[in-house]
Write a protein that binds this ligand. Structure first.
Ligand code: GDP
Ligand code: IMO
Ligand code: MG
Length: 422
C-alpha cells in the first residue's frame, strides 16, 4: 500500500483538519509528520466544534490509529490539556494514539526563547505563535534536542542540560522570565504522556503498509510557510511540503500515493511577511468577517486577500499535488466579482513564476463573475451555479490539476465530491 498526503498549499489554515476528518473513514491510520501546537485544526460535526493542535484530525472517526510522527515537536503540557479535553468529551485516546519516540519535546525554556528571539527582532519579528517551535527545531538540527524516547532513559539529566544551555542564552539576551509555573505544568504533562504508547513510527507505518493498511498523512501549516520554499524568513521551522512526510514519518518517496493539495477560494496569512494579494480595503474586511478569519490558536486576525495562482502553482509543483481541494467557497457567495492573481509585476516586468523574493511584487489580476448564490446547503456538484463551475474550470486550467472536493461550510457534511472525468 501507499500513503496519501494532505497538505496546505497557502499560508496555513486552509481547512486541513476538516478534510482529514472527512477523509478518515477511507483510511486505517492518520499521521501527523511535522509542526506542533502552532497548528490549530478545526473540525465541526453534530453541532460540536473541536480545535486540534498536536493530535491528528483522524481521532474522531471510529477506532482508527492516529500517529504523532518523529517530525513533530510536542509540548507535553499543551498535549495534556488537549488530550484531557477530548477524553472529557467522551473520546478515548490512550489505545489509539501512538507517539514516536523520536519526536522532539518542546521544553518550557523553548517557549521563553521563542518570545525572547521575537522581542530581540523588534520590527522584523516573524509573528510566531509563541509555542517554542523555532527553538525546538533549532535544537533538533544542532543535535541538542530532547526526544520523547528520552523520557524513559536518563531524562532528568538530559532535561537539566538543555535547560542550563537555554538559560545561558536567555542571560545573554537579558531576557526576564519566570519558569516556575510553566515548568510545573510541563512535568505534569510528562507524567501524563507516559500513559501513551511510544512507538518507532517508521517501523509501525512501514509494517502497516506491508500489511495492506492505508495511511493518510496530515500536514500542518502550509507550503508557503515551508522552511525551504516558503516566504523565508517569515516561515515556520519545519518542512511543510510533501517531502516532509517522508522525513517526518520514515516513509520512502516511492511509497507516496495521492497528494491532496488544499486551498481556500481566496487567501489568508497570519503573522508577518509578504503577501502579494493582501487586501487593505472593504473587500478584505468582508472576506475576514464572512470567513471568520481569526486564528484558531492565537485568536489573531488573519490577513485576507484574493487567491494567488502564481504561489499556488509553485506549491503544486514542489508538493507534486495530484488532487486539489477547494475550501471556504461559500465565503465568496455574495461577491459580484472575484479576482485571481495570475502573474506578478516586478520592476515593471510581468512574471508568471514564483521568484526568490516576493516582497514588493505587484499582483496582476483577472476578474471573474461571482455566483451570488448561497452554496452552504448544496449536496452535489449538480447544484453548482454556472459561474461557480466557470471559476473551477478556470482554476483547473491555470493549475493543471483537477479540483476533486469542494467545501461549502465548516461542518463535516458541507463537503462535496466532484466526479467529473479527468
Ligand atoms: P486548518 O489549520 O487548515 O485545519 O484550518 P483552521 O481550522 O485553522 O481554519 C479553517 C477555518 O475555516 C475553521 O474555522 C473551519 O471551521 C472553517 N472552515 C473549514 N471549511 C470551511 C468552509 O468550507 N466554509 C467555511 N465558511 N468555513 C470553513
Ligand atoms: P495550521 O496547521 C497559519 C505562522 C505564524 C508565523 C509563522 C511562524 O493551523 O495551518 P511558528 O510559531 O510556527 O514559529 O510561527 O508561521 N504559522 C501558522 N499560520 N496556520 C498555522 O498552522 C501556522 N503555524 C504557524 O503565524 O507567521
Ligand atoms: Mg489552523
Amino acid at each position: 500500500m501507499k500513503v496519501d498526503i494532505l497538505l496546505g498549499l497557502q499560508w496555513g489554515d486552509e481547512g486541513k483538519g476538516k478534510v482529514v476528518d472527512v477523509l478518515t473513514p477511507r483510511y486505517d491510520v492518520v499521521a501527523r509528520f511535522q509542526g506542533g501546537p502552532n497548528a490549530g485544526h478545526t473540525l465541526e460535526f453534530e453541532g460540536q466544534k473541536y480545535v486540534l493542535r498536536s493530535i491528528p484530525s483522524g481521532i474522531f472517526q471510529g477506532d482508527k490509529v492516529n500517529i504523532i510522527g518523529n517530525g513533530v515537536v510536542l509540548d507535553p503540557a499543551l498535549f495534556k490539556a488537549e488530550a484531557e479535553a477530548l477524553e472529557a468529551s467522551g473520546h478515548n485516546l490512550k489505545e489509539r494514539l501512538h507517539i514516536s519516540k523520536k519526536a522532539h519535546l518542546i521544553l518550557p525554556t523553548h517557549r521563553i526563547l521563542d518570545a525572547a528571539y521575537e522581542a530581540a527582532k523588534g520590527d522584523a519579528k516573524v509573528g510566531t505563535t509563541g509555542k517554542g517551535i523555532g527553538p525546538t527545531y533549532t535544537d533538533k538540527i544542532s543535535r541538542n534536542g530532547v526526544r520523547v524516547g528520552d523520557i524513559l532513559h536518563d531524562f532528568d539529566k538530559k532535561y537539566a542540560a538543555a535547560k542550563a544551555r537555554h538559560e545561558q542564552i536567555l542571560k545573554g539576551l537579558n531576557y526576564e522570565y519566570d519558569l516556575s509555573e510553566l515548568e510545573k505544568v510541563w512535568f505534569e504533562g510528562i507524567e501524563y504522556l507516559k500513559q501513551f504508547k511510544f512507538v518507532d513510527s517508521e517501523h509501525e507505518i512501514n509494517g502497516l503498509l506491508s500489511d495492506g493498511k492505508s495511511v493518510l498523512c496530515e500536514g500542518a501549516q502550509g507550503t508557503m510557510l515551508d522552511i525551504d520554499f516558503g516566504s523565508y524568513p517569515f516561515v515556520t521551522s519545519s518542512n511543510t511540503i510533501c517531502a516532509g512526510a517522508c522525513t517526518g514519518l520514515g516513509i520512502a518517496p516511492n511509497k507516496i500515493g495521492e497528494v491532496y493539495g488544499i486551498f481556500k477560494a481566496y487567501c489568508t496569512r497570519v503573522g508577518a511577511g509578504p503577501f502579494p494579494t493582501e487586501l487593505f480595503d472593504k473587500t478584505g474586511d468582508q472576506i475576514c468577517t464572512l470567513g471568520h478569519e481569526f486564528g484558531s490558536v492565537t485568536g489573531r486576525k488573519r490577513r485576507c486577500g484574493w487567491i494567488d495562482l502564481v504561489a499556488l502553482k509553485y506549491a503544486i509543483m514542489v508538493d507534486g499535488v495530484t488532487k486539489l481541494i477547494m475550501m471556504k467557497s461559500d465565503v465568496l457567495d455574495s461577491f459580484e466579482t472575484i479576482k485571481a492573481c495570475v502573474a506578478y509585476k516586478v520592476n515593471g516586468e510581468e512574471i508568471d513564476y514564483f521568484p526568490f523574493d516576493i516582497e514588493g511584487v505587484e499582483p496582476v489580476y483577472v476578474e471573474l463573475p461571482g455566483w451570488q448564490t448561497d452554496m452552504t446547503k448544496m449536496q452535489s456538484e449538480d447544484e453548482f451555479p454556472e459561474e461557480f463551475n466557470a471559476y473551477l474550470s478556470f482554476l483547473e486550467e491555470q493549475l493543471g490539476v483537477p479540483v476533486k472536493i469542494v467545501s461549502v461550510g465548516p461542518d463535516r457534511e458541507q463537503t462535496i465530491e466532484r466526479y467529473t472525468e479527468e
